[in-house]
Structure formats: structure tokens, C-alpha cells
Design a protein around this ligand. Sequence first.
Ligand code: TNX
Length: 549
Amino acid sequence: MNASESPPRRRRSRRTKSMVVAVVLAVTGSLVYATTSQGRPSGTEGTVPLGTVVPQPVKVSTDEGVAFDLEADDAIYASQGSASAKAAAEFLAGLLRKPTGYALPVRSLSPGDDPEGIVLSLGGKNAVTKKEGYQLDIDSGSVRIRADDRGGLFNGVATLRQLLPVKVERQQKMAGPWRVQGGRISDAPRYGYRGAMLDVGRHFMPVKNVKKYIDTIARYKVNNLHLHLTDDQGWRIAVKSWPKLTEIGGKTGVGGMLGGYFTQADYKDIVQYAAARGITVIPEIDGPNHAHAALASYAELNCDGKALEPYTGFAQSPDGNLCVDKDITYKFLDDVIGELADLTPGPYIAIGGDETQNRSKAEMDTYFGKVNKIVKKHGKKPYGWMESAGSMPKKGSLSEYWAPGISDDELIAAGKAGGKVVLAPSSKAYLDMKYTEDYPEYPVGQTWGGTVTVEQSYDWNPDTHLKGLPAKAVAGVEAPMFTETLFGIHQVEDLAFPRMLAIAEIGWAKESSHDWKTFAPRLAAQGPRLREARVNYYLDPGVPWPMGS
Ligand code: TNX
């Protein structure tokens, strides 16, 4: 039986309640809720309308008067033998146990079983065929999420999370009911790549704060975290074969502030934490420029054999240039990328390429030709900023667009030859740009890409943004967060949210649903959720924030 043909089911213990609602409805013709004999409200009072989700789902149909109540004895079922279904179920249980105070055991779902409660099923007979898509069915007896892949289940969970009452975000036990509006959501993303980039190079951020950032982006179906681990001002990942990278290069930060680094165990912890929320980590080792921290750590990496003094300036270091003609440069990269590849389950290693305007075409070809081979040798695929596009094999390449006029022609040529492009235009998607010039004394954020309100960050189309790039070459979108001006998670969040939600919406929702007038109130409804989750965000005056924001 196709999922769309399955009859609505009723949970026996809940039938009385539903019948009361039906009777009241029949009598009044308009009431949508009633009070049961136990005095508990029922029906759909206070539920989140299914269409309020960010990013907007593809298809929503509401069953008026039907609702699911999560109860103390409910369980979460996951397809038998599926590690992915179990992971999504554990993630959901982890979100719900604290605020509800319910045990919510994760149980195995045997083929053919159709239990009440929350059911996550992977594969088998279902109507979801699109990658990362899911179908969410809510009736009085159960909440069912079906998907064909791991990403789909996590995306379904992200939607369900937003359909629960705002109090689900509290990190303490709250009183029920835990009621979800009945209906069906059928959903799948517009683009496969929906990324956030976080620069821990300029100012280091401890594991716990990176995890908090992951927690927030996961709510909005972002599926890649591009971690900018190295830059002129700091090297943030321990490399066993080159220990001075962190002993020396890890000490500094912009202005001499917030140095530090991740041990390999820390990095693994971040990778696992992200994976447990449906997010793949893409580590970045920047080069051939933005490499001052490495050049300060090891004399032999420098063309003249002399170690640089550590750099704590604000702008790109003029000296942070790896020596592209030295063999040791590639021995170094082979070791670093090899260790990183071993710690990284995702398919990509980012290899930098940004701000290489001082490099000749020959230098770029040498560097990226060799690094490409190293990345492949370690079983991964390279991901580069747009400057590298002309020096990488076009077919199968993945490049990130960030500003106009840098290497547009090379990027377009790569796109036409089968390469893929992630769009991160600084005038729209750079989260480190200020929202407004109104507070010049507030030293957080930059303006080189312009100031960017939330509405402006939403106002673009990845398929047409770079004229000449075929739409089929667009892999998706990314919102980079560079941290030269940022001290700590509070400031990072202030700039990231809510603009990250606008970029997530663009990366997910259908092009035909793109409309600020409908997006703004949906976005606004996230205010109280972010507030409850203790996520800092900017109360952009262009968004109709409700009470509790
Ligand atoms: C440009 S964007 C850079 C970064 C800076 C950023 C500041 C890019 C690929 N390179 O090195 O941190 O601007 O917004």
C-alpha cells in the first residue's frame, strides 16, 4: 500500500478525546478544541500550524481537528537494523527527554509493525524518492517519518522539532501537553549542499561553542559544516607528524587574542557531534596563501628557510605564502591532509585557494595540481574557493563562489564542464557582514561586502546569481562566518542568526515559494525558539518578531 493511501489511525486510548472533539465540532460547526472529561484541553488548540516551518516544506496538508499528543509511555521506533534510523531516533529522543521528562525509549521497528508513538522508518515501501527527502505523517495515534536515506530522517526530525510547542526548547522539565497538529508534510531540498562555514582560525572557539553552533544550524537542515581550521593568525588542528603547527601556530589569534587549537580527539568529537545531527564536517587547510601560522611554525616551509614571526594582524598577511616550488611543501600537505582524512568521514577536504591574487597562473596550477592528487590519494575530494577553479580538473570539482570579478570565467567554465559550484556571495551570505551602519561604535562585523539586512540576505537566487553559470552546476549555498572581528560565540550568533536561516531557506525551499512576505512571519516565529534555546540573535527591525522573541 502506498503511504498516501494509508487510512488515518486512532490510538485507542485517545479515541475518547477525538470523539469529544468530533461531537463538539458537529454541534458548533466551528470550535476546534474542547475539554475532555479529565479537564485536559484537546483538539488542536495551541499547536504550531504545519506551514510555519523554516525552511518551508514542499507540500503541507493539515488535518483540521486532528492532533497527536506525546505521552509519558510513548516510545520512539527506528527501523530494525538501521544505524541511521537509530541515530535519528536517538537524536530526537535526546531533544525530547529533558523538556518532557518522559523516558522515550528507542525501540526497534520490525518489518510489518505499525506501532503507536513516534516511528522513524528508512527505506521499504514509501512515497519518498528524492535524496534527503522525507514524509511526515501526524495523526492521533502516531507521528511517522519515512525517508530513503539518513539525511531524510534527520530532516524529518528537524521539521517535527519545530512543530512541537516552543517550550520543547527549555532545558528543564515542563508540563505537557506535547501536542502536534495533524496532517502530512512531504518534503525534499532544492539543493544537496547547504553549508555553514566557521572560521576558528582568526579567533579560536572551544569545542563546546562549535557544538552550540552545530546545534543551531542543524535545526534548519544545514547539512555541511565547513570548518576553516587554518589561517595566517592561527593553526587550530593538531597534526601528530608536525607538532609545532599547534605548539607555535596555535598560540595566536587576531590582535593576540583567543589562541588555541583542537586536539585530534576534540576534532573527532566535533565530527561525531555533527554527524549525530545530520551534518558532515568539511575541514579546511588554507593555502597556498593565508598560511602564515604554518610558516611561523616551521622554518623549512619558507622559501628562504627562515621561520616567520607569528602574525596577529587583522588583514591577510602579506607573508603568509607557502613556497609552491619546494618539495617539502607537498610532503607537509601530504602529512597534514593524510591525518585529517583519517579523522574525517565526509567526502571532502577543503584546500583553500582564497585571496591568491599575487600568484601566477603557473603557481596556482602547480599548487592545486599537486594538492588535488594528495587529497585523492587519501580517498577524499577537494573543495576550493573560487580562485582555485581554473587550476583544478573541471569535471567533478567543487568550488565556492564568494565575490564577483575574481575568477568568474574560470568558475563558469568549470560549471559548463561538469564542475559544481557552491554559492556564498559576500553581499548576501557572508554572516560576518554588519546588518547596518547604524552602530559604528559597535566593533563587530565587517562592511567590505556591504551591510546586509535579513531581507537582503534572503533576496537572491543561487541559480541566476552568477550570470553565465548553468543552473545545473549549482550544488547549493553556504553562509561563511569569518571571525576577525568576533570574540566568542555570543557575537558569532548575533551575526549568524537570523541570516543563517535565510540562507538555509534559500538552500532548501522551492524557488516558486520564494517570497519575503511569507518568509518573514515564518522566520519571526523562530524568535521565541531561539530565545528559549539561549541562542543569541539580532532582532532585525524588518522582521515581525512576536512576543517572546
Ligand atoms: C575574505 S572570503 C576572505 C577571508 C576574510 C573575509 C572577511 C575569503 C575566501 N577570504 O580571508 O576573513 O574576507 O570577511
